[in-house]
Design a protein around this ligand. Structure first.
Ligand code: BTN
Length: 325
């Protein structure tokens, strides 16, 4: 364990009590100067540490920041959250940053995380509202050995992983809306943005970005989305640890991605259908302005939506926006 880690452990253990530099240096068997250096390092990393003369140091308890060291603590994963984590207090978009890193060769498992986004992106050029410290804004870089046609499966897989993580942390009646929204009572809780870079007939990299509205109160949502967006806090009335939820998302992601790589997409799709609760539902699908009304017959093995319209015609919808009726 490094001096930094031991120091952090001491500060956490002391809770609200002050701990003097002298005491820490004696217990860790390092100089006072080394302690000051490590305190500065921790502060630079985002920890809020109070200091007062004659008292010593005290850590702000449970600030629920998504700091890399906190994400890694007790995380069961080998890859996601355990490789490079790029952490930002504020960034334009974690997907944009991840793209830049992927272009520079960042490996599979690289995670970009931010406390807030100034230009959070959604599908079809929409914006993703990303207020400071209230949600999870994360992007994972993947380099799967699959043809571009297989990429939509990754979106469905991510929706299952995030849905399972949500269910493990909060009691809510969630449903997945094709292809990638997670809703509660028809309001949006989670959005997933999958972006792909291809070379000839192979995938170069895939960026999986997900945004979760965690502790956002209703009045914080901008007026244009306040009627269609929700958060865990709004639905349960309880403040949720973003850190625990992110760790759960990463663990579920690793489980389902391993299944995906072991050609077990069929099992994932089954889970998706159960969590979606929309098989057989009447919907309107908007495909670039063209609207189709009918029933969802199925989601096939490639993640394509099969719609039976009111004239009993079957449509295969690769991408679009659906509205449940
Ligand atoms: C959608 O519902 O249209 C997708 C929203 C995806 C939002 C997330 S937040 C983290 C990542 N970075 C972005 O800019 N977008 C995704």
């Amino acid at each position: 364990m490094t001096t930094r880690d031991m120091l952090l452990r001491h500060l956490k253990k002391s809770g609200e009590a002050w701990i003097s530099g002298e005491q820490i240096s004696a217990e860790l068997n390092v100089s006072r100067a080394a302690i000051s250096k490590q305190i500065k390092k921790l502060r630079d990393q985002g920890y809020s540490i109070e200091s007062a003369s004659k008292k010593g140091y005290r850590l702000e308890l449970d600030p629920d920041l998504l700091l890399p060291a906190e994400i890694r603590e007790n995380l069961k994963n080998r890859v996601f959250g355990n490789k490079d984590i790029h952490y930002f207090e504020e960034i334009d978009s974690t997907n944009t940053k991840a793209k830049e890193l992927a272009e520079q060769g960042a490996p599979e498992g690289t995670l970009v995380i931010a406390e807030s986004q100034t230009l959070g992106r959604g599908r079809r050029g929409r914006q993703w509202y990303s207020s400071h410290g209230k949600g999870i804004y994360a992007t994972i870089i993947l380099r799967p050995n699959i043809p571009p046609m297989g990429a939509p499966r990754i979106t469905l897989m991510t929706a299952v992983a995030v849905a399972k993580a949500l269910l493990s942390q909060a009691n809510m009646d969630i449903r997945i809306k094709w292809p990638n929204d997670i809703l509660v009572k028809n309001k949006k809780l989670v959005g997933i943005l999958t972006e792909i870079s291809t070379e000839m007939d192979a995938v170069n990299y895939i960026l999986v970005g997900f945004g979760v509205n965690v502790n956002t109160p209703t009045q914080d949502f901008p007026p244009e989305i306040s009627g269609i967006a929700t958060s865990i806090f709004v639905e349960t009335g309880k403040v949720q640890s973003r850190l625990k939820l992110l760790q759960a998302c990463l663990e579920q992601f690793e489980t389902y991605y391993n299944m995906f790589k072991q050609n077990e997409f069929g099992t994932i799709l089954q889970q998706w259908k159960i969590l979606s609760k929309t098989m057989g539902s009447r919907i309107v699908v908007d495909v670039l302005g063209q609207k189709y009304t009918g029933k969802i017959l199925d989601i096939d093995d490639d993640g394509v939506l099969i719609l039976k319209d009111d004239e009993n015609k079957i449509h295969r919808i690769f991408s679009g926006d659906i509205t449940l009726q």
